[in-house]
Design a binder for this molecule. Structure first.
Ligand code: SF4
Length: 202
């Protein structure tokens, strides 16, 4: 059993894929995209390590969970632990799995790595490729238009257009001492949000 090294979770959101979803952001990325929305999750360091079986049970204990979205960080650096998580979930319930990666699908397939091949059989939708800010077209659940949405199963084909054309939105989840932004943010969202907060607190 390999532990999953997690930067952050959100137990329930509607902004990162169809339906109500649990979200995991893994810690550690091998890329360094300009304009990365989560640079604090790039360092490959130990964050919160969790047993995949226990995490699967927790995900399925959240009322109304329809799917899991995995982002980061780079999920494919933890393919073994995530594969175990996905397998545990699917053994218990046929929920949707969406995964972001900075690798292209072609690069992943070219590795001829049985663990990568295994995880690809468990993912419904893979959103691939590094983030390129100059190709951010301000729509959909992908960060920039070079990223390809691969429907590896037919589960989300009826909602296919949402992945590339949906009007973006985010949820702000308040914690005791911080706020977590969940979703692919609209262009200039951080500036607009800061202005709104400054205005409200004057
Ligand atoms: S692949 Fe994702 S997490 Fe990694 S640097 Fe690029 S945008 Fe950031």
């Amino acid at each position: 059993m390999t532990l999953i090294n997690i930067a952050e979770i959100c137990p329930s959101t509607r902004t990162l894929g169809p339906g109500q979803r649990f979200v995991i952001w893994v810690q550690g990325c091998c890329f360094n995209c300009r304009g990365c929305v989560s640079p604090e999750w790039i360092p490959q360091k130990q964050a919160t390590e969790i047993d995949p079986q226990k995490l699967a049970n927790y995900i399925l204990s959240i009322p109304g969970t329809e799917g899991l979205t995995v982002s980061g960080g780079e999920p494919m650096l933890q393919a073994s632990a995530l594969s175990e998580l996905f397998h545990n979930l699917r053994q218990q319930r046929d929920i949707s799995i969406i995964c972001f990666t900075g690798f292209t699908l072609t690069q992943l397939q070219a590795q001829n790595n049985p663990t990568i091949d295994q995880i690809l059989t468990l993912i419904d939708v893979l959103i691939d490729g590094q983030y390129l800010p100059e190709l951010n077209d301000n729509q959909g659940w992908r960060g920039s238009s070079n990223q390809v949405v691969h429907f590896l199963t037919s589960r989300h084909l009826p909602e296919a257009s949402l992945f590339t054309q949906r009007q973006r939105d985010v949820e702000i989840h308040l914690r005791p001492n911080e706020a977590l932004m969940v979703g692919v943010p609209p262009l200039n969202f951080s500036n607009h949000f800061k202005t709104a907060i400054d205005t409200a607190t004057k």
